[in-house]
Design a protein around this ligand. Structure first.
Ligand code: NAP
Length: 343
């Protein structure tokens, strides 16, 4: 059954895309992209949204609130997670549960996956009892995990070999934006699926970008997180330097917040960093994974990224101190350790 035949009769007319030939799903230019940013929220009724069955694989820091927002909007949601107990709160809110990714994709029209890294994203999609085993023509798979382009292309190929459609859609934004439905989706892949998934992306996010071929969304996400990882390492250095020269780091955070280098991240994380407390919103292990993947991306095109490379070393040191599951702002502990070794 064609995907359109599953979705179109049940998605309200205003969400139906103009018919797009599968042959036009490739962009006209290799890196062309279209931006759909800060769209007004969709206004589907609960009945309309509930008529498409949604699967959600991965109930971690991000996946759980994203699935919750779909449920709260009236969607029919089926969840799966490797550690089953993390599905319990969602089931309590009305989600269905299936015991494998295969069963989820076999029973759902549209499945989202939010997994830790390339290895888990590939395993959940392509491994034993994985999503590929259950999916078929007429369905869609949207991988919102942060992975590298090669992994995304591999998953895309296996999904598409079944006749189903694939969209990569990594997110910019952390735990709070996920809870608030304020994520930014960086999508690429099947344009038709992008259009079909849009009402659901708009429940979970505040904006979405369509970037063309699979791999472009992954690359965009890695560039963004490479910048973020370097910013955080530099911010941590600044806090420690301000303390060492007798300044009040709280005043530093305030000064930064009023100037051109302000970023919400600094005001959000600065006060707890000063107290050496790192409540986890974005696990440090995932930030280091993203630095590693971004450096691989840079290597693939011989782009020099010395600042990101130096920052990556700090995240690696922080991991070696057992800080993998702390927030990525705990990278400051690696600098503290370096400082105490010097003195
Ligand atoms: P998380 O809390 O660590 O959750 C990771 C998820 O992956 C869990 O559901 C975990 O299952 C599952 N998983 C890990 N290894 C697996 C395996 N081998 N097989 C099957 N499932 C496996 O991570 P998160 O913060 O939600 O992040 C998820 C993704 O979003 C990552 O790619 C991350 O880089 C990206 N991201 C995170 C943030 C953020 O601020 N947190 C922001 C943007 C993007 P278990 O529960 O069984 O461990």
């Amino acid at each position: 059954m064609a995907l359109c035949s599953i979705f179109c009769p049940r998605i309200p007319v205003r969400f139906r895309p103009k018919p797009i030939s599968p042959f036009l799903s490739k962009p006209l230019f290799p890196l062309s992209y279209r931006v759909y940013s800060s769209l007004p929220p969709t206004s589907s009724t609960k009945d309309e949204l509930g008529s498409v069955s949604i699967g959600f694989l991965g109930m971690g820091i991000m996946g759980s609130p994203m699935a919750q927002n779909l449920l709260k909007a009236g969607c029919d949601v089926t969840v799966w997670n490797r550690t089953k107990s993390k599905c319990d709160p969602l089931v309590g809110l009305g989600a269905k549960y299936k015991s494998s990714p295969e069963e989820v994709t076999a029973t759902c029209d549209l499945t989202f996956a939010m997994l830790a890294d390339p290895e888990s994203a590939i395993d959940v999609a392509c491994g034993k009892n994985g999503a590929v085993s259950g999916i078929s023509s007429g369905k869609g798979y949207v991988d919102v995990s942060t992975v590298d382009a090669a992994s995304s292309i591999l998953i895309s190929k296996q999904i598409k070999d079944t006749g189903a459609l694939f969209l990569e859609a990594p997110v910019s934004g952390s735990k709070k934006p996920a809870e608030d439905g304020q994520l930014i989706f960086l999508t690429a892949g099947d344009k038709l699926l992008y259009e079909k998934a849009a009402p659901f992306l708009d429940i979970m996010g505040k904006s979405r970008f369509y970037l063309g071929d699979v791999g472009n969304g992954a690359a965009m996400k890695l560039v963004v997180n490479m910048i973020m990882g370097s910013m955080m390492a530099s911010f941590a250095e600044g806090i420690l330097l301000s303390q060492k020269v007798g300044l009040d780091p709280n005043v530093l955070v305030e000064v930064v917040s009023q100037g051109a280098i302000n970023a919400p991240m600094y005001s959000l994380k600065g006060p707890s960093m000063i107290k050496s407390v790192y409540p986890t919103a974005f696990p440090l292990k995932h930030q280091q994974k993203d630095m590693r993947l971004a450096l691989g991306l840079a290597e693939s095109v011989s782009q020099s990224t010395p600042i990101a490379a130096a920052a990556n070393e700090l995240y690696k040191v922080a991991k070696s101190y057992g800080l993998s599951d702390e927030d990525f702002s705990a990278v400051m502990e690696a600098l503290k350790a370096a400082r105490s070794q010097q003195s």
